[in-house]
Design a binder for this molecule. Sequence first.
Ligand code: AP5
Length: 215
Amino acid sequence: MRLVFLGPPGAGKGTQAKILCGRYGIPQISTGDILRESKAQGKLAPELVTLMESGGLLPDDALIALIDGRTKQDDCRRGFLLDGFPRTIPQAEALDAMLERRGEPLDGVIAPEVPLTLLIERATLRRTDKRTGQIYHLSYKPPPPDAILEVRPDDQEEVVRKRLATYAESTAQLLPFYERTTRLVKVDGVGSVDEVTERIEKAWQARKEQAAHNA
Ligand code: AP5
């Protein structure tokens, strides 16, 4: 199973990706997490750290090379879920080309839809446990008392607004891109985490049945 999660900041991509990857036994490949890990290890160039923390996108070539290498690793043999990649048309075209070369096309693109005001609230009140990487929310999913909480530098409200503008300018173009090739599965992303998971699984199942029927 080779899937992409496509959605704006705060849509719940990371939250849902962790649940589904656990259920299906495939790795979650989050470009944001990989970049934050590189930064923590001092391996991300300072100009890229600044770009990331101010809400811009990093260069396509670097991200394409990263995904090409990561999806060739052994744990991806049964599939993978890409969370945060692709984010531009050149990234999406490169992904299709690399998977086509391997004879392993993308199965689908899941797009959770959430209104703007909720996206801002979800991102600004997000907290992450430094030790486990678990994602919490101060209102909707309060962290346990022993969690060591971190706030992402790009979760300050003005940066969240910039990231949303970057999404609207570049990444939202991928919705019609994937819709044209019937790989897009839109899902209502409003509701509890469990409700959204259930909707994603139902929509994904329906898509697979439709694809089997058309084959
Ligand atoms: P990245 O880390 O990918 O950030 P993002 O796409 O902006 O997404 P977020 O992590 O903010 O949100 P999410 O949808 O995962 O939501 P979450 O599940 O955490 O990228 C960061 C940066 O890296 C980019 O800005 C860019 O600079 C760079 N980058 C990364 N990939 C790149 C690429 N391909 N090309 C170029 N640059 C790249 O949920 C959010 C909050 O809501 C949490 O607190 C959660 O608990 C809560 N929540 C989730 N679901 C629910 C629910 N159903 N109800 C209530 N609360 C919920």
